[in-house]
Design a protein around this ligand. Structure first.
Ligand code: GLU
Length: 434
């Protein structure tokens, strides 16, 4: 049966909900709907693929350093596991919501399918203020969350990784807690862990490296030389700082970066390595960095830089920012930084947007390499990791570009078409178990 629903008929399948402009799940669905129409997706498959397979909500009691017990809410959403065990990071943030985690889990499904790694999609979140918690409190929170979800996680079931405000140390606590319950060391249960515990060389840099690789591929398509391009990067965490460093290594002039303390601009080019050292030595932020002019977040997003890399969080580029931005290429290091209505403005302006599910897929690609290495007990050199990552990102970029051209749509819709098609085809082959 062909897919012939009007977008407004979605209520047939989904609970009608008021459309909040900053609802990431709605942002995901708007693009999914366009891809579903192009693919003439079977309506039953539509219904299946837009819903998460399972959602886990847990109350996590933690004894704080003061001795008082506090209870935090934790989530793990398994969006889909048709292609393999589900995969996706865990974020700790005071404002994380179940709806956001649902969207992020679905994005992981399309992302993994798109870059051809044999995983489904998942995401986790814990509502907590990580910057106000001690390392001991974070350890107790992580361990209890892992113990609560022991039956959900597993190297062949669901494999977490870092995301916003979680890091290698937190992955090490997940590995240890899971292994204690399993009564054996299971290093493939989590990725993004320290190299000394079976982590992969190159994993920490992988998302930023993938951003650089697809930016180079986009410049080549547009006939731009890196040496002639200026770059602005929003966010100076694991993704933004590495992307900025690697783009500068390629010859681009990085004129602006930002973090939670605001934007930093230098028209002659910023010294990214010096800024990374400054952050390490000055309490983790760029506050007071001397060789730059302070600018606002909005000024950074609307600069006349050739390339804009939003690598902070969701919902940063709305219609107005899209109207005002001077960028020719936008490379989405973050998940969901652009609102659907901004997509239209950017396409009309001829801005090439490399969508999140392609641009930031380097992280999960090297997570896959890490999982493969753990299971084989055989570890690769960093050169081998980087070469394979570059090749997979370049291949994915080329295929998304071709798909978008074929259907005369944006790279984002091209990417969704590829991801959804792959999962739908696997679902057709597997069939629905009665
Ligand atoms: N959190 C990262 C992402 O959003 C990485 C996920 C993973 O490696 O499983 O893609």
């Amino acid at each position: 049966m062909p897919f012939n629903l009007d977008v407004h008929d979605r209520a047939v399948y989904r609970e009608p909900a008021p459309i909040a402009r900053d609802d990431p799940f709605e942002s995901m669905m708007e693009r999914f709907d366009v891809a579903a129409k192009i693919l003439e997706l079977n309506p039953g498959f539509y219904e299946y693929l837009c819903r998460p397979a399972r959602m886990h909500i847990t109350s996590i009691p933690v004894e704080m350093d003061s001795g008082r017990v506090k209870v935090f809410e934790g989530y793990r959403v398994i969006h889909n596991n048709v292609l393999g065990p589900s995969k996706g990071g865990i974020r700790f943030a005071p404002d994380v919501t179940l709806n956001e985690v649902k969207a992020l889990a679905a994005w992981m499904t399309w992302k993994c399918a798109l870059v051809n790694v044999p995983f489904g999609g998942a995401k986790g979140g814990v509502v907590c203020p990580p910057s106000e918690m001690s390392a001991d409190e974070l350890e107790r929170l992580t361990r209890r969350y892992t113990a609560d979800l022991f039956d959900v996680f597993g190297p062949d079931k669901d494999i977490p990784a870092p995301d916003m405000n979680t890091n290698e140390q937190i992955m090490a606590w997940i590995l240890d807690t899971y292994s204690m319950h399993a009564r054996q060391t299971e290093n493939a249960v989590v990725t993004g862990k320290p190299v000394g515990l079976g982590g992969s060389l190159g994993r920490r840099e992988a998302t930023g490296r993938g951003v650089m690789t697809v930016t180079m591929a986009a410049m080549e398509r547009l006939g731009l030389a890196p040496g002639d391009c200026t770059v602005a990067v929003q966010g100076f965490g694991n993704v933004g700082s590495i992307a900025a460093e690697l783009l500068a290594d390629q010859g681009c002039t990085v004129v602006a970066v930002s973090d939670i303390t605001g934007g930093y601009y230098n028209g002659k080019g910023l010294d990214i390595k010096k800024m990374q050292t400054y952050v390490q030595e000055n309490g983790g932020t760029l506050e007071g960095y001397p060789d730059a002019e302070q600018i606002t977040n909005e000024e950074l997003l609307t600069l006349d830089a050739d390339v804009l890399v939003p690598a902070a969080k969701e919902d940063q580029i709305d219609e107005e920012i899209a109207e005002d931005t001077g960028a020719r290429i936008i490379v989405e290091g973050a998940n969901g930084p652009t609102l659907p209505e901004a997509d239209t403005v950017l396409r009309d302006k001829g801005v090439l947007v490399i969508p999140d599910i392609l641009a930031n897929a380097g992280g999960v690609t090297v997570s896959y390499f890490e999982w493969v290495q753990d299971r084989q007990g055989y570890f690769w050199t960093e050169e081998r990791v980087n070469q394979r990552l570059d090749r997979m990102m370049q291949d994915a970029f080329a295929k998304v570009y071709e798909t978008a051209e074929k259907h005369d749509v944006s790279l984002r819709i091209g990417a969704y078409v590829m991801g959804v098609r792959k999962v739908a085809e696997a679902l057709r082959l597997r069939g629905i178990y009665a």
